[in-house]
Design a binder for this molecule. Structure first.
Ligand code: F6P
Length: 541
């Protein structure tokens, strides 16, 4: 594979950018009355309007050409057929197998992995039904009313996002909490009003060695035992594990009969529809969980089979490359106009930035172009009264993804029309702005005109779906997963490892004893870190 910047399509895009960088969305819309309906695509219940992007037909043609020259179709096939595309860890990347139908066949090392996936789903379903119906009893015979998921990163962000997103479908007489941070406040606040006799902990960790999760799990065990007269037998009734590491689970004291497994070909940030989703299943029931998986699968099929020009993840991924690499955009804002999606941007941050925050290409050479942008966002309309000022009138270009649903899950008077009016108004304002002439015509004093001008030409995608169902949520997440894949493929990086989190973990392990030691430790860090350690030791007393 040629380096990215040597590909003909890349060179053509570089030249093309010079011709288009000053073209405005106002002009593009004025010249093409159908643009707003033409530059759209829909699949599996999601409608994408990408007309308010700074692209022409020529731009799109070149971006699709870039995808072809990057071998995107082959890479997609390689992923879906279990090739070990995570080359730095020598692993297949098969989150798509987690939502494949029972009769599908996906081979890894000569073995079809789909039956195992369905075995685990069945085991999860039986367990979820026992807990939800009250047949699974706690140690004292009380039914389980509270579920606390302990995990971090992919073992937390997916579950908490999905719980919030699908709360409407959840069992309201049960309480769900999520503990991730090693800051003790997280655990203490999550459990302070819970009765240990009615509480089930799910320790979710792919590796079962993650410092934060194991520290919280230890505290959970102590909390439980001190609330249940210290009887260790209680652990079996109040702890289950989700992991790939049966040995460590057993060492912790959880009966491996109560362990739900998954596999090394599931990356942490791609694991929410594996057993890591057990808390989601407990909250919404196996049937809704299955519907969510079918939504994921529908998007998988679309990504694998739809032509590039109509392929939602491909379109969104290529647009992100266009802004990152040619317009120098540093970030992408994801703005859900749906309160239930309040944790969606946080979830996307791990998915996108742990995947594509890479500085070397697959062959280890340092890239000479920008890779993964910073994803961020908050639900609308709250963001409008906070950071939108900068998106509208700041000096940076911030492409935005607006997400909206035609039907509210909780209709309330005029709220939904007002909400949707806002999302439409924002995309319109960003694209077309307000000229000095328009501002003047409103009677604005000359001195104020520059302050009140909106330059416009600020790009956005609008994603519209019928309503936030489990299926739609699955499709939406898969859309972003595959958009990340598309971007990573173009950038020729490995979107499936995360070596960048290792150094900090290792250094923390070295510093912990230096903070805890009774006698002053011999410090060998830089002068800043040494001084901070000394100061902390003194301050904590
Ligand atoms: O932050 C690094 C990471 O490895 C993530 O990729 C992962 O989601 C998270 O830690 C949690 O890991 P585990 O599930 O093994 O506890």
């Amino acid at each position: 594979m040629k380096p990215l910047t040597k590909l003909p399509a890349w060179k053509a895009l570089t030249a093309h950018h010079r011709t288009i960088k000053d073209v405005t969305l106002r002009d593009l819309f004025a010249k093409d009355a159908k643009r707003g309906t033409r530059l759209t695509a829909s699949a599996v219940g999601l409608f994408l309007d990408y007309s308010k992007n700074r692209v022409t037909d020529e731009t799109l043609k070149l971006l699709f050409q870039l995808a072809k020259e990057s071998g995107l179709k082959d890479r997609i096939e390689a992923m879906f057929t279990g090739k070990k595309i995570n080359i730095t860890e020598d692993r297949a990347v098969l989150h798509v197998a987690l939502r494949a139908p029972k009769n599908a066949k996906i081979m890894v090392d000569g073995k079809n992995v789909v039956p195992e996936v369905h075995d685990v789903l069945e085991k999860m379903g039986k367990f979820a039904n026992r807990v939800r119906s009250g047949r699974w009893k706690g140690y004292t015979g009380k039914r389980i009313k509270n579920v606390v998921n302990i995990g971090i990163g992919g073992s937390d962000l997916g579950p908490v996002m999905a719980y919030e997103a699908l709360k409407h479908y959840s069992k309201r007489d049960m309480t769900f909490r999520f503990v991730s941070n090693v800051d003790g406040a997280d655990f203490v606040e999550a459990t302070q009003d819970l009765d240990p006799a009615e509480t089930l902990f799910i320790v979710s960790s792919k590796t079962f060695v993650t410092l934060e999760t194991m520290t919280n799990a230890e505290s959970a065990r102590n909390w439980l035992l001190s609330g249940l007269d210290g009887n260790k037998k209680a652990v079996a009734k109040h702890f289950v594990a989700v992991s790939t590491n049966a040995q460590k689970v057993a060492v912790f004291g959880i009966d491996t009969a109560n362990m739900f497994g998954f596999w090394d070909w599931v990356g942490g940030r791609y694991s929410m529809d594996s057993a890591i989703g057990l808390s989601t299943m407990l909250a919404v029931g196996p049937e809704n969980f299955g519907k969510m998986l079918s939504g994921f699968h529908a998007m998988d099929k679309h990504f694998r089979t739809a032509p590039l020009e109509k392929n939602l993840p491909v379109l969104m991924g290529l647009l992100s490359v266009w802004y990152s690499d040619f317009f120098g955009a540093q970030t992408v804002a994801v703005l859900p106009y749906e309160q239930y999606l309040k944790r969606f941007p946080a979830y996307l941050q791990q998915l996108t930035m742990e995947s594509n925050g890479k500085h070397v290409s697959l062959d280890g050479t340092k890239v000479n172009y920008e890779t993964g942008p910073i994803y961020w966002g908050e639900p609308g309309t709250n963001g409008q009264h906070s950071f939108y000022q900068l998106i509208h009138q700041g000096t940076r270009l911030i492409p935005c993804d607006f997400l909206a649903f035609a039907k509210a899950l909780t209709p309330l008077g005029r709220h939904h029309d007002i909400l949707i009016a806002n999302v439409l108004a924002q995309t319109e304002a960003l694209a077309f702005g307000k000229t000095p002439e328009q501002v003047k015509a409103e009677g604005t004093p000359d001195a104020l005109i520059p302050h009140r001008v909106f330059e416009g030409n600020r790009p956005s995608n609008t994603l519209l779906a019928d309503s936030l169902t489990p299926e739609t949520l699955g499709s939406l997440i898969a859309l972003y997963e595959h958009s990340v894949f598309t971007q990573g493929t173009v950038w020729q990086i490995n979107s499936f490892d995360q070596w960048g989190v290792e150094l900090g973990k290792a250094l923390a392990q070295a510093i912990i004893p230096e903070l805890e030691s009774k006698t002053p430790p011999r410090l060998k860090h830089d002068s800043s870190t040494n001084a901070l350690i000394k100061r902390y030791r003194k301050m904590k007393g």
